[in-house]
Ligand binder design. Structure first.
Ligand code: S3P
Length: 450
């Protein structure tokens, strides 16, 4: 526990987190759990909604993003129990039985909600839908899912030539397609597969390298006729499908665990055990990257829980080394690159991250924002068109005021960076953490010792 190390002040609608590191520094120690995986939480709610019968979900992430998914499907007539329940239940209406919502569906900050849901809406016969989101989501590219859906015959209108939300969708029967996605994106892949559920025949997606495969695993568990050709990054769903409600136990989110993996790896004297973390191989790029940087991370108690591999992760401080990351590894650690950049500051030698231009269209432009905010703290990060160059070799940062730009992962990355800054660091708009990790601050308080 920390005394005055952390302070949260409110100036509605925003909150500032102030981190004051004592001269002797802090260490992160203890045994913790992280909240449920965001990707799996969205998918459990969505597949539960369109399946026949009841789906029971344990460990659902109570962040703002899955709450947006739950609200959208409730607005289409799906009965979802209290999200705070130990077991959340979803009474599936069956494929093709969503009700036409009486108002605009609001996906909030959540790209996964909007993009995955769009596949279901566009293929849904005889219903009209309008969908929107917050300022960040309304600026994020939707053409990447509208293009394949149009290839299937979908009718979708959106701002700026059908590229931006708000969107209007006239649901109708679609025709199957083989879509070759130009980007490795689980949201694009999942959108097309979900559209394929109600579509007669074989709908296939091929991506340039493998993105997270939670949709494929869960669709198979719910009974969809789905074939995966992983070597060729190709998935086919045969529609029309019948899905049956299932039990889903959501593992801890490795993207949330990443903040603690890096925190403990860069702060001398630290040792953390993070229990019950999902280690699906399409998500473990951050483990491989940190291990390549000489991080001391071990996996314990590996097991399979409702179709997803899970382990406890033990991480101890060690002197990191710089490394270069690019290619197929990038989609497997796409959400962890901001916190990996923090790790790289304290490594011996430079770290270069390439092929990560996708970060420019996340909840914020994560390349621009991370470079600017880390440099405010005294780093010397260079923004590349598709990545970051981080010289490494720092022993400390200088506390100052930085901003999350309302991006949850930026806010939490900066809070971890602040633990290795001298003096006081203020993270503005720190409330963004609640999108994916509402208990981040409580855990930070719990593991920080000085
Ligand atoms: C997600 C896929 C990724 C990831 C996002 C969640 C998902 O996005 O960044 O946080 O649940 O499918 P892209 O598919 O755009 O890469």
């Amino acid at each position: 526990m920390t005394g005055s190390l952390l302070q949260l002040t409110s100036s509605p609608p925003h909150q500032q987190l102030t981190v004051t590191v004592p001269a002797e520094g802090v260490a992160l120690t203890g045994k913790i759990q992280v909240p449920g995986d965001k990707s799996i939480s969205h998918r459990a709610l969505m597949l539960g909604a369109i399946a026949q019968g009841e789906t029971r979900i344990q460990g659902l992430l109570l962040g703002e993003d899955p709450r947006s998914t739950a609200k959208c499907f409730q607005a289409m007539g799906v009965n979802v129990s209290n999200l705070e329940d130990e077991w959340v239940t979803v009474q599936g209406v069956g494929l093709g039985n969503l009700q036409e919502p009486a108002d605009v569906l609001d996906a909030g900050n959540s790209g996964t909600t909007l993009r995955l849901m769009l596949g279901l809406l566009a293929s849904h016969p005889d219903r009209f839908f309008t969908v929107t989101g917050d300022g960040s989501l309304r600026s994020r590219p939707m053409g990447r899912v509208i293009t394949p859906l149009q290839q299937m015959g979908a009718t979708i209108w959106g701002r700026q030539g059908n590229r931006l939300a708000p969107l209007a969708v006239q649901g109708q029967a679609l025709k199957p397609t083989h879509y070759y996605s130009p980007i490795a994106s689980a949201q694009v892949k999942s959108c097309v597969l979900l559209a394929g559920l109600l579509t007669d025949g074989a709908t296939t997606v091929t991506e340039p390298s493998l993105s997270r495969d939670h949709s494929e695993r869960m669709l198979q568990a719910f009974g969809a006729d789905l074939t995966v050709d992983q070597a060729n990054c190709t998935v086919t769903v045969n529609g029309p499908a019948t899905l049956t409600g299932q039990t889903v136990i959501v593992p801890g989110d490795i993207s949330s665990a990443a903040f603690w993996l890096v925190g403990a790896a860069i702060i001398p004297g630290s040792e953390l055990v993070i229990e019950n973390v999902g280690i699906n191989p399409t998500r473990t790029g951050v483990l491989e990257a940190l291990q390549a940087m000489n991080a001391d991370i071990t996996l314990e108690n590996e097991r399979l829980v409702t179709g997803e591999p899970v382990a406890d992760l033990r991480v101890r401080y060690s002197q990191l080394r710089g490394a270069t990351f690019s290619g197929d590894l990038i989609p497997r650690m796409i959400d962890e690159i901001p916190i990996l950049a923090v790790a790289a500051l304290f490594a011996e030698g430079p770290t270069v991250i390439k092929d990560a231009a996708e970060l420019r269209v996340k909840e914020s432009d994560r390349l621009a924002v991370m470079a600017a905010e880390l440099n405010r703290l005294g780093a010397n990060v260079t923004e590349l068109p598709d990545g970051l160059e981080i010289p490494g070799g720092l022993s400390t940062l200088q506390g100052t005021t930085v901003d999350s730009f309302t991006d949850h992962r930026i806010g939490m990355s900066l809070a971890i960076a602040a633990l290795r800054a001298q003096g006081t660091t203020t993270v503005q708009r720190a409330e963004a953490a609640a999108i994916s990790y509402p208990t981040f601050l409580a855990t930070l308080e719990h593991v920080c010792h000085h």
